[in-house]
Design a protein around this ligand. Structure first.
Ligand code: NAD
Length: 499
């Protein structure tokens, strides 16, 4: 079937989509044990997409038992790594084969443009799984530096039952970044998608099963954070909790781990990333175009969004003008239209939050130079214009708090030292960018920035080969690359005395 290329064709496909809202436990789709559901609404038009199983502590117990039993049986962890690789490669292939369906689920469920879901989210999800799978039979243990009559072996073992709690902004990618290394290293996994975007994760379960992942090894529990999420985090038989989401919830999860079994907790949390533009940036229009996409892509619902634009004073007015021009490419539109670049905000609550912050920016005395309005109200969905505030100072709330919407704070600076001080004056440390033609300034600034990813003369680079994660309150541990295996394995030292 050719890929649809008009809004009408995508709508037609959406109308014929069969959406499953059930949990997936021990190889079976099933309702929540309480029978409760919640209504999954599309942010595009307010339409009901599905009734989704509202799992709670009882379902968490059932899924943890299934995951533990599968782990103990060894049906997955005892497979040769090359065999796990083959199954995961088949899983990635199935995701690619179902690209239109998965892209549609992602678009309808969280509001992102269909073209971004199709060319960004779905292939990145498949790639995360296949890249990780390809690596798993190429990692070796170590021998310690022992005296001649001893042997010290250092090996990695799967940690056990892994609960992965993920957010709604990139549901497929965030799930894949956790599930791929967890499964590759032989763990049994329970994925809890966000209640705001559970549909693609539910669909993934069937594809994983079709690929050959044994029953109980991959489970999906949709539901709320304060019910099933909390139950997993407090569970005495979950060995490892991996999370992507807000810093506030991340802190709570550390408490839950301390209150229960001291499970390992790995956190990818919020950000307020600085994008620093020096007057000698090599190509100002390109820098401005990327500064616009850095905060407008995915409706600004991106943990690494470049929401603090630090511009050298001598070019500030010119550069803000260029960013405003570039924003002409980022007008909100219907997400099923393939030409749309800026889709719907995930729900009414998030839209209200963004509108409230726009009001805060005005009240704080920042200068609103672009956007600022809710639009397309007659669609029944939740749309807002990408919004730019100039003359912001870093102490204002719109510069220090994560809004998680398309709102940019422009802050002027005069020297590299001042730029670095402003950039690092944040509780977060997820990402940062620096634009300059001076290689010394580029590297000195990159070294001084307290952030897990730093980009020079572009915004947002990186692929599966590079670790991703945060300094400070943006989290701990790293997703992607071989470093991700650290989270899902325990190191074992086995020592032998030779007779
Ligand atoms: P959130 O913290 O509200 O929710 C994330 C997940 O946690 C959801 O599945 C939710 O149901 C669950 N949850 C909520 N309360 C819980 C509790 N008490 N116990 C257990 N689980 C609970 O975040 P969100 O609104 O879904 O996502 C936006 C946030 O995610 C932003 O802060 C963003 O920066 C962050 N994020 C970070 C990264 C990264 O890699 N660092 C990537 C994407 C998003």
């Amino acid at each position: 079937m050719p890929i649809p290329d008009t809004r009408e064709q995508w709508q037609h496909l959406a109308d014929s989509l069969k959406i499953n809202g059930q949990a997936f436990i021990n190889g079976q789709y099933q309702s929540a044990s309480s029978g409760k559901t919640f209504t999954c609404i599309s942010p595009i038009d307010g339409r009901t997409l599905a009734e989704v199983a509202s799992c709670d502590a009882k379902d968490a117990d059932i899924a943890v038992v299934a995951a533990r039993q599968s782990f103990e049986r060894g049906t997955w962890r005892h497979l040769a790594p090359a065999r796990r690789k083959a199954v995961l490669m088949a899983f990635a292939d199935l995701i690619r084969q179902h690209q239109e369906e998965l892209a549609l689920l992602e678009c309808l469920d969280m509001g992102k443009p269909i073209s971004h879901a199709l060319t960004g989210d779905v292939p990145a999800c498949a790639r995360a799984i296949s890249w990780t799978a390809e690596a798993i039979d190429k990692v070796y243990g170590e021998l310690a530096a022992t005296p001649h009559d001893q042997i010290g072996m250092v090996s990695r073992e799967p940690v056990g039952v892994v609960a992965a709690i993920v957010p709604w902004n990139f549901p497929l990618i965030m799930a894949a970044w956790k599930v791929a290394p967890a499964l590759a290293t032989g763990n049994s996994v329970i994925l809890k998608p966000s209640e705001k975007s559970p549909l693609s994760a539910i669909r993934l379960a069937a594809l994983a099963q079709e690929a050959g992942i044994p029953d109980g090894v991959f489970n999906v529990l949709p539901g709320y954070g304060h019910t099933v999420g909390r139950a997993l985090a407090l569970h005495m038989d979950v060995d490892c909790l991996v999370f992507t989401g807000s810093t506030a919830v991340a802190k709570q999860l550390m408490i839950y781990a301390g209150q229960s079994n001291m499970k390992r907790v790995w956190l990818e949390a919020g950000g307020k990333s600085p994008n620093i533009v020096f007057a000698d940036a090599p190509d100002l229009p390109k820098a401005a175009a990327e500064a616009a996409s850095a905060f407008a892509y995915n409706q600004g619902e991106v943990c690494t969004a470049g929401t603090r634009l630090l511009v050298e004073e001598s070019i500030r007015a010119e550069f803000v003008g260029l960013v405003r021009e570039a924003l002409q490419q980022w007008k909100p539109g219907h997400p099923l239209d393939p030409s749309t670049t800026c889709g719907a905000i995930v729900d009414q609550q998030q839209l209200d939050r963004i509108i409230e912050y726009i009001g805060v920016g005005r009240d704080e005395g920042a200068e609103l130079v672009e956007g600022g309005q809710q639009v397309m109200q007659d669609s029944g969905g939740f749309f807002v214009q990408p919004t730019v505030f100039d003359k912001v100072n870093n102490g204002m709330r719109i510069a220090s708090e994560e809004i998680f919407g398309p709102v940019l704070a422009v802050i002027g600076f005069r020297t590299p030292e001042e730029a670095i001080a402003i950039a690092n004056d944040s509780v977060y440390g997820l990402a940062a960018a620096v634009w300059t033609s001076n290689i010394n300034v580029a590297h000195k600034t990159a070294k001084a920035l307290r952030a897990g990813s730093v980009w020079i003369n572009h915004y947002g680079g990186g692929d599966m080969t590079a670790p991703f994660g945060g300094f400070k309150q943006s989290g701990n541990g790293r997703d992607k690359s071989l470093h991700a295996f650290d989270k899902y394995t325990e190191l074992k030292a086995t020592w032998l005395m030779l007779e």
